[in-house]
Design a protein around this ligand. Structure first.
Ligand code: 3HC
Length: 293
């Protein structure tokens, strides 16, 4: 019998982790969120306050609702705080060693039937799973940025994930108001495998001065109905994250579509990571502000 999920542990309160914590709390769940240190917690709480204030300003949430939502999220800096959770969603930076260490510690802290979900976008769920004592209870649960807005959750099963665990996670994603899809463990899963060839192609066009950034983006927005053009979307995703995802897919498939455009690397070296660093293909006053230049 599946465990009733009422408290969820979130490890990592960066953009994705904070977004996921918000989605969970919005659905009435209690959340225990763990970051490395007090500065990480403060940054995560900043994301949460900002994002929920936006919902209040848009009339989607009352002041009292915002207070209640934030009140359901307890933050800490030690994984031992997760001893009573019913599910763990990990959203730390993309390092297999770091994720393996987190899950190895959680193996000792959480109940043996607790499912471990990783929000990784570029690492193999199978490799993460084999570093735990419960590979049958390890799945991918890949949210999209911004997590409070986008409905897709990719549920990634490995060859050893128990079928009931996949069913439970799919049902749980639906309970969060999300639209889950299920797939095997291959770099890029479904959405990134299709999306990143297109984004990379746009960088190559821009690099070759084929068109301006504005015209490249306008073509896809106004011609194809995409909510954002490819260069603006890369700024939202983060150029470093995009390069990591492309690299992983390229190493797995050797498909030239996924060989990262040289300009990406140059921009990353120059510190132009996108919205989070204030400048990518465009400039921003803050990660949420509109384009300045
Ligand atoms: N957090 C919370 N809410 C947000 C938000 C955020 N970061 N950004 C936007 N919103 C909300 C706004 O409050 C607004 O809500 P409302 O309708 O209730 O008022 C709604 O989203 C629409 O926002 P805006 O009116 O400001 O702007 P847009 O209509 O242009 O929407 C967008 C912004 C949702 C970001 C939209 O442009 C979009 O969907 N862009 C594409 C994003 C995308 O493709 N993401 C996937 C990236 S790939 C990925 O994440 C995978 C990973 O592995 C890299």
């Amino acid at each position: 019998m599946a465990r009733e999920i009422s408290t969820v542990g979130v490890v990592g309160l960066g953009t994705m982790g904070a977004g996921i914590a918000e989605v969970l709390a919005r659905s009435g769940l209690d959340v225990v969120a763990v970051e490395l240190d007090a500065a990480g917690v403060a940054r995560g709480l900043g994301h949460l306050r900002h994002s929920t204030a936006r919902a209040v300003a848009g009339g989607k949430l009352t002041d009292a609702g915002q207070t209640a939502l934030l009140g359901r999220i307890r933050c800490g800096t030690s994984l031992s705080e997760l001893s009573e959770v019913d599910l763990v969603i990990e959203a730390i930076p993309e390092s297999l060693a770091a994720k393996a260490e987190v899950f190895a510690r959680l193996d000792e802290i959480t109940g043996a039937d607790v499912v471990f979900a990783s929000n990784t976008s570029s690492l193999s769920i199978t490799e993460i799973g084999v570093h735990t004592a419960r590979p049958g209870k390890v799945v991918g649960m890949h949210f999209f940025n911004p997590a409070p807005v986008l409905e897709l959750v990719e549920v990634v099963r490995t060859v050893v994930t128990e079928p009931e665990v996949v069913e439970e996670v799919v049902a749980f994603a639906r309970r969060l108001g999300k639209a889950p899809v299920v797939m095997g463990d291959r770099a890029g899963f479904i959405a990134n495998a299709l999306l990143f060839g297109y984004l990379n192609h746009a960088v190559r066009m821009y690099e070759q001065r084929y068109a301006t950034r504005e015209d490249l983006d306008a073509a896809m927005r106004y011609g194809c109905g995409y909510p954002m053009g490819p260069l603006a979307l890369l700024d939202l995703i983060g150029l470093d994250t995009a390069q990591e995802i492309l690299d992983t897919m390229y190493h797995q498939s050797r498909n030239r579509l996924h060989a990262p455009a040289p300009l990406l690397k140059q921009m990353i070296t120059a510190g132009r990571l996108g919205r989070k660093s204030g400048r990518g293909f465009y400039a921003y006053e803050s990660p949420d502000s509109p384009v300045v230049v």
